[in-house]
Ligand binder design. Structure first.
Ligand code: TRP
Length: 356
């Protein structure tokens, strides 16, 4: 499956779209895409029947692709909405669409939501927020898990969002993750980084990593991929040149994280990651947020919007304070790496086992 390949190509289109060139949308849709509008519709999970109730709040959701973290975000978002009193099929109609990593799908889903006007649209992951810019003309948009909203171009003022969308941000703690890496594996001198340059979230993180490695006199080697199918080859050859690999919260990498884990174990070298879900998929360790909190906060913002608060009066909520140390102890064992007691005894230490 080359879904992510499309993301690689088309996420670059998303940047163009952020500039609101309608032409780019047309180009993307004819760009060799084999996924038709109807298959995007098939991925809808809504069960709401014909909505005759005028008080029914229409909530459209667009998720970039299925991977563990985005699924966690959507599920906790939905649970929290329920807590807040929005019951799907009763007083709310939640229409969930999975874009399957394809910007052409995002475009057609956005058009669908323009036609069947939603009260609010929620986007999950950076490329979807970028692809939904045009919706803001008619509909308030709440984004979820956009690592760098300013860098991605979805607003210029985090405190007073000025482009029709606000939401939650998962800024990656590059310094803290790398500090942890050097604590667990202090002999590291050469760091490898794998990312999809079509994801602006990863471009931001690479900038931070470049700064860190320069300051610490570490060598940095980067490899870009445009599809998750490229990950195995990229990892195998990079492991020959570096002491460890770092991957941030890149959706293309996250989708194939178990492959990177098995390459790491073959090479007997650690992979440090940018999200808890990637530790669950076998990455050695990260310092980061609990994404269920981010999903919940996204729901609270949706509630505010539905109650009439203008988007520009809702500051972006950046998740960067309540951090945990996630370590996969099965991976540590497989790599023959000892986790220092100082880390294991930290109040924020969370032990992850691979098969859970
Ligand atoms: N922050 C990512 C983005 O901006 C989305 C994301 C959330 C993610 N959790 C993740 C990506 C975990 C990879 C792994 O698109």
């Amino acid at each position: 499956m080359n879904l992510i390949k499309k993301l690689g190509i088309i996420a670059i289109g998303a940047v163009l779209m952020a500039g609101c060139t309608p032409k780019s949308a047309v180009t993307q849709r004819s760009d060799g895409s084999t996924v038709s509008e109807s298959s995007a519709t098939e991925s809808s999970k809504t069960e709401a029947a014909a909505d005759t109730n005028k008080d029914m709040k229409k909530i459209g959701v667009i998720q970039l692709v299925e991977h563990k973290s985005l699924d966690i975000i959507y599920n906790s978002f939905k649970d929290e909405l329920k807590e807040l009193g929005y019951v799907d099929g009763e007083n709310a109609k939640i229409t969930f669409q999975n874009a399957q990593g394809d910007m052409a799908n995002i475009t057609s889903i956005v058009q669908g939501f323009e036609g069947d006007k939603q009260d609010v649209v929620v986007t999950i992951a950076t490329p979807v927020a970028q692809g939904a810019m045009s919706l803001t003309k008619t509909t308030p948009v709440v984004f979820s898990a956009v690592t760098d909203p300013v860098g991605a171009g979805v607003l210029t003022d985090m405190n007073a969002p000025d482009k029709g969308m606000t939401g939650t941000s998962d800024a990656v703690q590059i310094d803290k993750i790398m500090d942890l890496a050097l604590q667990i594996t202090p002999d590291v001198k050469k760091v490898g980084f794998i990312y999809n340059p079509g994801e602006d979230n990863s471009v931001t993180n690479l900038g931070l990593l470049e700064k860190y490695t320069k300051e610490k006199n570490l060598e940095l080697q980067t490899v870009s991929i445009s599809t998750s199918a490229d990950l195995q080859t990229a990892a195998a050859s990079l492991f020959e040149k570096v002491d460890m690999i770092f991957v941030s919260n890149d959706n293309t990498v996250a989708e194939a994280m178990p492959i990177l884990t098995s390459e790491a174990i073959k090479a007997k070298k650690p992979v440090y990651v940018g999200a808890d879900s990637m530790v669950m998929d076998g990455g050695l360790a990260t310092v980061g947020i609990d994404y269920t909190d981010l999903g919940k906060e996204t729901a609270k913002m949706v509630d505010e919007v539905l109650k009439g608060k203008p988007v520009n009066e809702i500051p972006v909520k950046v998740f960067k304070d309540d951090l945990f140390i996630y370590v996969n102890t099965d991976t540590a064992k497989a790599l023959g790496i000892e986790i220092p007691d100082s880390i294991k005894n930290d109040k924020k230490f969370v032990e992850i086992k691979s098969n859970k």
